[in-house]
Design a protein around this ligand. Sequence first.
Ligand code: PLP
Length: 426
Amino acid sequence: MTKPPFVSHEKLLEIVRSHPTPFHLYDEAGIRATARAVNRAFGWNAGYREYFAVKANPNPVLLSMLKEEGCGVDCSSLTELMLAEAAGFRGGEIMFSSNMTPAGEFVYARGLGATINLDDFTHIDFLEACAGIPETVCCRYNPGAFHIGNSIMDGPAESKFGFTRRQLAEGFARLRGKGARAFGLHAFLASNALSEGYYPALARLLFEAAVELRDETGIAVSFINLSGGIGIPYRPGEEACDIELIGESVREAFHDTLAPAGMQDIALCSELGRFMLGPHGCLVASAVHRKDTYRHYIGLDACAADLLRPAMYGAYHHMTVSGKEGLPADHVYDVVGSLCENNDKFAAGRALPEIEPGDLIVIHDTGAHGHSMGYNYNGRLRAAELLLREDGSVARIRRAERPQDYFATLSETECYPRLLALAQRR
Ligand SMILES: *Cc1c(COP(=O)(O)O)cnc(C)c1O
């Protein structure tokens, strides 16, 4: 089963002449095409907007590109709000879906006029005390049970997020008492759902809850946020979700539940991250070492600091050896990074063509939750980010980290000037 990369071997050879590995490479044409497909799929709903989940890939060049495609942003922290503001997003174009939120972040979000999505009943009074209750506010629902799910966020009763059903009714009434006038309902119940049934099932659950809540409290929500969670085919042979079919099935649920209740003016939102960008990025690394002991290892110049998902979740990322896509996969390797942790393996026991030092290894589907999940363990410095433009040119949209970046937060003790001097000598 083949799964070709979005960048050809010839193009990669050209790119590495001016940009050393490792780097994440993003595909502008693919990103724009997906944004358009999503907007088309939900275009039947007059108020629909996709709020791209910034945590999936917080590069402002990509955020601006999504803004051009009509998307808003979903932020979850102070720095993400700052990125949104700097990229030109304003007011209702910003969703703030955070949890265990520090007071200063509510204040900042209020200042931007972002739509605040509360994660807990107690956050109502907390928000009132620190930033005041806005006219428009959203609440995150945790139904406790939901029968479509997968391993990352399975069983909502086990998840730390959201209000219970009873807290929602009390919360809406309490918010209204404190001056809120427009309400939203949100839930996020599965991550990387490859089933086209996930979004429609979630939508139906939220639509039914909205009708019940109106009947109980007299409050009719004005928007429903279906959040993220639509999956992508990380493995060869997995089918990509048909977003048009998902949009159509959500429309059916809308007409079955909200239309008969006279609530057809409700606007829908999504906060997709992985689906928007995941397939449109890859991590390009060079094979540096080959080691044969009880297993056969290929050591790369990238490591889990650049892409944490395999080490953190045992996540599968497809891998191709650039220029050797057509060769038989007759060698079995552990393809690893340099961290002093045995889980720093991009692939374990993976059948690949024979790899030689110098080969370019393309690790697929790193456009979402890739670079952004990186860290600096072992003092490893994170890779650069490049954008393959629609016209075939390549722009560097984030440089690789330097030793100076790693040392920048240290207190200025005696050692500090020596470190900076050493870093500058590199
Ligand atoms: C992570 C997250 C998303 C995006 O999830 P994907 O799986 O990337 O679609 C959306 N909303 C919230 C609140 C999140 O935490």
